[in-house]
Design a protein around this ligand. Structure first.
Ligand code: NAD
Ligand code: UFG
Length: 331
């Protein structure tokens, strides 16, 4: 039996593929390289010293999906494939709804046809919206302020509906907080196309000298030093959370929603200081106005992940910065 990893050439999918192969799982990757490249697949092979099947194509291509499920005995799908840039989703809402929601529906239809009943889904802390108190617990109401966020809210509802209709289906909806870091080998990591929206890839480009400074969005929040606070989580910890979710889903039916974070908040200035220490490079910054749509602080209540999945994050912010710098600043 195999595990299909959609979006497995991407940032989180590639790290999860490495962890799955390391545990002896047989995996198949499907990716259309819309935000990744074949190099990542080479990286997975190099680190794991294992082989796997790869299908290049779009998850909305029903004929391709049917072929993937006909040619393999797929027990579970870990579903990472999706578009994820918040600003772009505001510019191109139809593209985001089509790719993320229609893509997920195509996979679920094919799973139904081939009697595959486990899905682990990449949701996001963005579904907590802007007015829940911190720390966020899984039972809080969900909402969104942009099309990307709505795709996550809707897909969560779709999976809950699937589990309601089919009592043999298992879905684990993993709400990621802020994944950063890279594999400790320095072979795979995050490689965003164009100007990064997220802070860590931006810091990397400042530390490497490509940009001359970081804009710190807001220094007047009600936080430890006035800058935004987030729950950064090492991508390898996050990957291990998927293995724990898969083990859980193999034994339980129904839908469960679980936060994957560390439960600790780090401010922008604390992150910059940690990166400078880990990399030995300066990260000059200037204060800029608050970014529209940002909240002051966001971190997870991680008790459900520990209780239900027996999983908790192992790495701290210094590990995340050190591993990131090893990947990003290599020659
Ligand atoms: P990523 O862009 O690096 O990886 C996504 C992969 O999916 C890419 O390789 C891309 O080529 C592929 N893909 C996209 N649309 C596809 C399609 N129609 N058919 C086939 N492949 C397709 O992103 P990531 O950071 O690894 O994120 C993975 C998932 O986690 C996404 O669903 C994202 O929304 C979610 N998520 C990410 C973060 C984060 O900060 N990185 C936070 C919360 C949730
Ligand atoms: N920030 C800066 N300068 C930058 C970029 C970011 O100061 O150039 C600040 C932000 O204001 C925020 C913090 O750094 O305080 C983190 O910002 P990111 O853009 O890295 O992350 P967000 O928490 O805003 O959002 C990310 C993803 C969302 C996802 C959310 C929760 O972009 O899609 O994490 O998982 F929903």
């Amino acid at each position: 039996m195999s595990v299909l990893v959609t979006g497995g050439a991407g940032y989180i999918g590639s790290h999860t593929a490495v962890q799955l192969l390391g545990c002896g799982e047989d995996i198949i990757i499907l990716d259309n390289f819309s935000n990744s490249s074949p190099e990542m697949l080479d990286g997975i092979r190099q680190i794991s010293n294992k082989t796997f099947k790869f299908y290049e194509g779009d998850m909305r291509d029903g004929a391709l999906l049917d072929r993937v499920f006909s040619e393999n005995d797929i027990e579970a799908v870990i579903h990472f494939a999706g578009l994820k840039a918040v600003g772009e989703s505001i510019q191109k809402p139809l593209e985001y709804y089509d790719n993320n929601i229609n893509g997920t529906l195509c996979i679920l239809e094919t799973m139904k046809k081939h009697n595959c009943k486990i899905m682990i889904f990449s949701s996001s802390a963005t579904v907590y919206g802007n007015d829940n108190p911190i720390p966020f617990t899984e039972d809080m109401k969900t909402s969104a302020i942009n099309p990307y966020g709505w795709t996550k809210v809707f897909i969560e509802h779709i999976l809950e509906g699937v589990c309601e209709a089919d009592k043999d289906f298992s879905a684990v909806l993993l709400r990621y907080f802020n994944p950063i870091g890279a594999h400790k080998s320095g072979i795979i990591g995050e490689k965003p196309n164009g100007i990064p929206n997220n802070i860590m890839p931006y810091i990397m480009k400042v530390a490497s000298g490509e940009y001359d400074h970081l804009n710190v969005f807001g220094n007047d929040y009600d936080t430890v030093d006035g800058t935004g606070v987030r729950d950064y989580i090492h991508v390898v910890d996050l990957a291990d959370g998927h293995l724990a979710a898969l083990a859980y889903a193999r034994k339980h039916k129904g839908a469960e929603t679980v936060n994957l974070g560390t439960g600790k908040g780090t401010s922008v200035l604390e992150l910059v200081a940690a990166y400078e220490k880990a990399s030995g490079k300066k990260v000059p910054y200037v204060f800029a106005p608050r970014r529209q749509g940002d909240i002051a602080a966001c971190y997870a209540d991680v008790s459900k992940a520990k209780k239900l999945l027996g999983w908790q994050a192992k790495y701290d912010i210094d590990d995340m910065c050190a591993d990131n710098a090893r990947w990003a600043l290599k020659e």
